[in-house]
Design a protein around this ligand. Structure first.
Ligand SMILES: C[S@@+](CC[C@H](N)C(=O)[O-])C[C@H]1O[C@@H](n2cnc3c(N)ncnc32)[C@H](O)[C@@H]1O
Length: 249
């Protein structure tokens, strides 16, 4: 179960970040920056936001000063523990980290001015219920071609084999079906370059690309990947992200 995965990561690393060293090279802009820019354009000191699948809360705490209040939900007790610890360290008062299932929250209708999901779950009908009419949902999510090359070598992984089912088109359609109007939708393909075998191995331990990744058992497959994708700049690791902004009708 995915929740066990996130609890395991929180226990092992303390936060949702392994410290693996890598650089990034973008062809059409940094999707994280574009997501954040869109989010901040829709922020406001009188607004209440919902962060869906907040994990260790680092991102939540970084954008909290732009809102009146942010409710941040997750189902992993380990991640919520890490988030509350970080909140205490940073002294941020206007965030409430809560254990809630995004599919069926306990919040009232029309409670939020903005709902966002940064690689978290996306139950759009629940988001429609929670958002005020005319307010926005923003997501950055994982595209179908993310890490396709390493998944093909491993013969498994998140979304394995679904290389041609467009996540952007699927989410666009689901949002329309749930009475949202799309105002922005874009695919981003880019490359990460890992410094060493150890860095890529460490990175794979902290992300659900292979939920069952095992440094020992998978070492031969990882060496095979590196032998094919080692370049001067480092070990190339192609990524795919999707950014969508939608208005609740
Ligand atoms: C990739 S992480 C999100 C990272 C985080 N948003 C960030 O900015 O670093 C996905 C998170 O979604 C949470 N999650 C998955 N399904 C959920 C659900 N149904 N309700 C609430 N949280 C969920 C997981 O526990 C995990 O912490």
């Amino acid at each position: 179960m995915i929740q066990n995965f996130y609890d395991k990561v929180a226990k092992k690393f303390g936060i949702y970040h392994t410290g693996a060293k890598y650089s990034k090279e973008y062809l059409a802009g940094d999707p994280e920056e574009i997501f954040k820019k869109n989010l901040l354009e829709l922020s406001g000191k009188a607004k209440i936001a919902l962060d869906v699948g907040c994990a260790d809360g680092r991102f939540t705490l970084s954008i909290a000063p732009y809102f009146k209040k942010v409710f941040a939900i997750d189902m992993s007790k380990g991640m919520l523990g890490a988030a509350r610890k970080l909140q205490k360290e940073k002294g941020v008062l206007n965030v409430s980290f809560e254990e809630q299932n995004a599919n069926k929250t306990t919040y009232t209708n029309d409670m939020f001015d903005l709902v966002y999901s940064r690689r978290g779950p996306t139950p759009f009908s629940e988001f429609h219920r929670l958002l005020k009419s005319g307010s926005y949902f923003i997501e950055i999510t994982i595209g179908e071609k993310d890490c396709q090359e390493i998944k093909e070598i491993f013969g498994r992984g998140q979304g394995f084999g679904e290389w041609n089912s467009s996540r952007l088109d699927e989410d666009r359609q689901k949002l329309k079906d749930n009475k949202f109007e799309i105002t922005f939708a874009q695919n981003y393909l880019y490359d990460e370059y890992y410094s060493s075998y150890e860095d890529l191995d460490l990175f794979l331990q902290g992300v659900p690309i292979f939920e069952d990744f095992d440094s020992k058992k998978d070492s031969e497959l990882l060496r095979e990947y590196i032998s094919q994708y080692q370049e001067k700049k480092g070990i190339r690791f192609p990524r795919h992200r999707v950014v969508i902004v939608a208005k609740r009708i």
